[in-house]
Design a protein around this ligand. Structure first.
Ligand SMILES: [Zn+2]
Length: 484
């Protein structure tokens, strides 16, 4: 005779349950991020490649904040946005400032006082800037001094082809846009490095932070002298002579210039299967491009939609063109006027306080070779869709704006409803390091805000890696947000 079970414990309950039932309960209860390739539908799996091609074209043309503003405004004008839009609905407003900031907005069905849906991303990327007195010669070669911009690992900028992009203001006030190093027929520039045979004392035996010095990031720009050997500074003079012949420049013009040194060359598919994209500036042009596409593709949003592209994020968001500037308030004032309302200060602040925002920025993806700097259960991974980062900062969440649970709840439901593949991410293990975004500066207006964008490998390097499924899902997520 079979003995009666005395105490039916959890283990036995599981045993008598059917496997399918357990699977059902598991699916219901356990939260698991989903890989794009496991859950996207066939159409989307095909779409990502075409979408990414367009993204790569954008990356190739928009390597600096000024170039990005130029291209964004061209695309916006083609799509009916205007600095002075007609007052009929939907009002499509475009506003730029100092060629480094741009905002695009479409009016919603609901009154603007109920708040707007805002996505903010940044146009600047880490790079080397030319100094104001850059040109000099040394050992019969000509160089330009640089000052690095943003958080870089200096050694990554050595021994690679580099291009110069930027703007020079001449003494007569005329301006000149320069791009050299991108066309196949162009020369490139480079920063040389010491050969390994002689690197022992000056690099190999040192700490990495001491081995690579900012003042040694000097750009090699010439080698043919001007005049005979009695001519003073003849290598420097040769370059000045070239710059004068080609662009009409004199040395003092370089003082009133913003010339940025960036990796030369175009974005490339990475891997046999072409599933990844390697490029300079995924941080943060992945969010720039996807939010631009999203606002162009939405037709008749419920709430007024605004995408804002800012500068100077990589150096703390300061200055007239950073996220700490008053540009957003100025855009809001213009919007109110366009909507037939008086742009009263307290009304503008009421709108901002009633608004929802995404700080469109990238997160560092779980690095396969440095997994221990991440906390795996909370690290973002390539291929798992758009990543929500509830807080950034360092140490005990120092410097983070930390999004509201209510807002995270609203956003995850929106993404689930709209079948957006999404994940959450934290930047590294506790006390491992840290970082910040523009979220905290906009949070001061009282708006709901969270960081939201794709995860990227080799972040802040000259060749960052993104996942095509993530770029597509970032677009899809942004679009769903702007339409909400
Ligand atoms: Zn960024």
């Amino acid at each position: 005779m079979n003995p009666e079970p005395i105490n039916l414990g959890l283990k036995q309950t599981e045993k008598i349950m059917k496997k399918t039932e357990i699977k059902k309960i598991t699916e219901k209860l356990i939260s698991k991020p989903k890989l794009f390739w496991d859950v996207a539908d066939t159409k989307e799996k095909e779409q990502v490649f075409g979408f990414d091609k367009e993204y790569q074209n954008f990356l190739n043309k928009a390597k600096t904040e000024r170039e990005a503003v130029k291209i964004i405004s061209e695309i916006a004008l083609e799509n009916g946005f205007s600095p002075n839009p007609p007052s009929r609905h939907p009002i499509k407003l475009m506003k730029t400032f100092q060629e480094k900031l741009i905002a695009l907005s479409i009016s919603g069905k609901k009154p603007i006082n109920e708040g707007i849906n805002l996505i903010v991303s940044h146009l600047d990327s880490p790079r080397l800037d030319l100094k104001q007195n850059p040109l000099y010669e040394e050992v019969d070669l000509a160089f330009m001094k640089t000052h690095y911009y943003g958080g870089i690992k200096k050694f990554q900028w050595l021994t690679r082809p580099l291009a110069i992009h930027g703007k020079v203001i001449r003494s007569d006030g005329s301006s000149l846009d320069i791009v050299v190093g991108e066309d196949d027929s162009d020369p490139v520039f480079t920063v040389s490095d010491i050969l390994p045979h002689l690197a022992k004392k000056v690099q190999t035996d040192k700490k990495v932070s001491d081995a690579f010095v900012g003042e040694k990031l000097n750009l090699m720009v010439g080698s043919i002298p001007f005049g005979d050997k009695d001519t003073k500074d003849r290598f420097k003079l040769a370059i000045l002579n070239l710059l004068n012949q080609k662009f009409g420049l004199v040395e003092e013009d370089l003082i009133s210039a913003e010339l940025e040194v960036v990796p030369a060359g175009v974005a490339r598919d990475v891997g046999w299967d072409r599933g990844l994209t390697g490029a300079y500036g995924h941080d943060d042009r992945s969010c720039v491009f996807t939010s631009l596409k999203a606002i162009i593709d939405i037709k008749n949003p419920q709430k007024t939609a605004l995408v804002l592209f800012v500068d100077k994020e990589e150096i703390g968001s300061d200055g007239a063109t950073g996220a700490k500037s008053r540009f957003l308030e100025s855009v809001l004032a213009d919007l109110m006027v366009a909507h037939g309302k008086e742009p009263l200060y307290h009304e503008i602040h009421k709108i901002l306080m009633n608004s929802r925002a995404l700080s469109g920025d990238v997160n560092g993806a779980l690095d396969p070779d440095f997994q221990d700097v991440h906390e795996k259960r909370n690290a973002a991974r390539l291929g798992y869709g758009i990543c929500m980062t509830k807080f950034t900062g360092a140490g005990g969440k120092y410097g983070a704006s930390d999004a509201n649970a209510e807002y995270v709840g609203w956003l995850r439901n929106l993404f689930n409803k709209k079948k957006v593949v999404w994940q959450t991410g934290e930047l590294g293990k506790i006390d491992e390091g840290g970082g910040g975004t523009v979220a905290k500066f906009l949070a001061t207006y009282g708006m709901e805000i969270i960081d939201c964008g794709p995860a990227v490998l080799s972040m802040h390097s000259p060749f960052e890696i993104s996942h095509k499924g993530d770029i597509y899902m970032t677009y899809k997520g942004y679009r769903a947000f702007l339409e909400s």
